[in-house]
Design a protein around this ligand. Sequence first.
Ligand code: F6R
Length: 606
Amino acid sequence: MCGIVGYKGKKDACGILIEALKRLEYRGYDSAGIAVWHEGKVEVARKKGKVDELRKVIADGSFTGKMGLAHTRWATHGTPSEHNAHPHKAGDVVVVHNGIIENYIELKERLRKEGHKFLSDTDTEVIPHLIASYLKKGMDFVDAVRSALKELKGSYALGIIRETDKMLIAARKESPLIIGVGAGEYFIASDAPAIINRTKRFIFLEDDDIAIFADGTVRLIDLEGKTVKREIHQVQWSDAMAEKGGFKHFMLKEIFEQPRAISDTLIGRVKEERGEVAFEELKLPDLAKVKKIWMVACGTSYHACMIGKYLFESVLHIPVETDIASEFRYREPILKKDDMLVLVSQSGETADTIAAMKEGKKRGVYTLSICNVLGSTLARDADGVIFTHAGPEIGVASTKAFTTQISVLFLLMLHIGERLGKLNKQDISRYINEIKQIPHKVQSILDMSGQIEEMARRYMVHRDFLYLGRGINYPAVLEGALKLKEISYIHAEAYAAGEMKHGPIALIDENMPVVFVSPHDHTYKKTCSNVEEVISRRGRVLIFTDDPLHEMADRVETFFVLPQTIYALQPILSVVPLQLLAYYIANFLGTDVDQPRNLAKSVTVE
Ligand code: F6R
């Protein structure tokens, strides 16, 4: 995710803005930019790379002024480059933006017809143009901004200035933005750490709020221009707490970001009314010829591939072979020319997954990467790419990247299903309707995190755990066990529940917690029998289910009810409490949750 900062006060804006950007560097970004207002002129500088590069560009002292905006960009639309970096300018309007504008293509076309010229590949650039077009029609600055915001679909946190006005305007919808209140000065920031050294008094903007900074005060209005009131909060956060948005660890913050990360991944791609899923600029091969899809990755991303297999095979009946990237090219996979190879990776830099892509290319198959990092090797070098819009993932243990990978695989399945005529528009609308409810359902699980924390307190003393699930939830339990072992160093194994009697059952005694994911689907009865088998060996059973009337509910020690969804989307919901369980256990044990021993965020060696 990108970072926004802004300043209006009596001091030199440039120094304050650069310092604030530096304080956001830990989040990762690929370019940076600044705009400073001075007596009817706005100087803009942008640079690919680090804030220090930007600092060099403005070192000549020409950026003096007491009002300004700055931005670090983490690319979502358009490559990391100077011309795509923020701020974007149209006429005399200058904008920095976080979020994704869903309808930017339609707006761009309309504005082009009005004579506007676009210089970047971003969704953001339509915003200053839209405001400029309203200003041209004679509106004042505030009304022009309000009118433009009403037209935007998607999410935004915005900082806006113009040359011929001394006003700074900020606005938010579904993307965080706070106001820092200083002594005779105001700051805006997407994240508290940017400005926590300057003030601890914050106004937390809410959706559709517009803040107008003028004449030494701030006024808040809604999209209709009506005044809104928000309190000033005094926070006691240290720098480290602020970085994590008040959460103790990045991992917990990232678990809680999942509703937004999934929504952002859907934005602009799902057209429910049209029964369509579209991926911008994705050119797939002739799908009618594709007889088999390969899905290859490592670790958590490999678990997403396994879910992809269940999705494609159960809904589209297209054969999918999954492979661990480090095995793929050493086992002479029988790749045929018309097969398709899907590589899944949060970082886009995992050496084994890159090697698998190269192998695929060498064999002449179409390669498609699903990545979270724009400009990464897999994103650049695969024949096609679809981005997860999870935002930077800092905790080593992958969480929001995983649920957004599943979301992308689900959308890809719908897209391919439609193109092959295997799904009609009504089917797709129905599926879209289901996935659109997922962020809200994930939120309802997060709202019960207290229950999971209590669970963690009860089970943290154990040194071995078993995780069991069937069907599409089998990869979800693999992922749950991986989370526990990597951050708590507790031994955890996961099996397809049906495999239990073929060996792991020997481990079960009164010291073995056994975690079941057991929804009321076609696997329900069989899993109930497995639960029975564990109980009769005195294993300590935890059940996660979407069925409040689960027949084993009263017979097990721990029972947690998940929201219901369709089979294809169950793993997104069932993995969230498993992420939380792992997190809370590790936290109680006092391990280094964000940087567990021996692990690296990006594994760039084979
Ligand atoms: C586990 C985890 C790893 C990664 C794996 C692949 O929490 O994060 O297992 O999933 O190293 O990394 P990417 O997805 O970057 O290719």
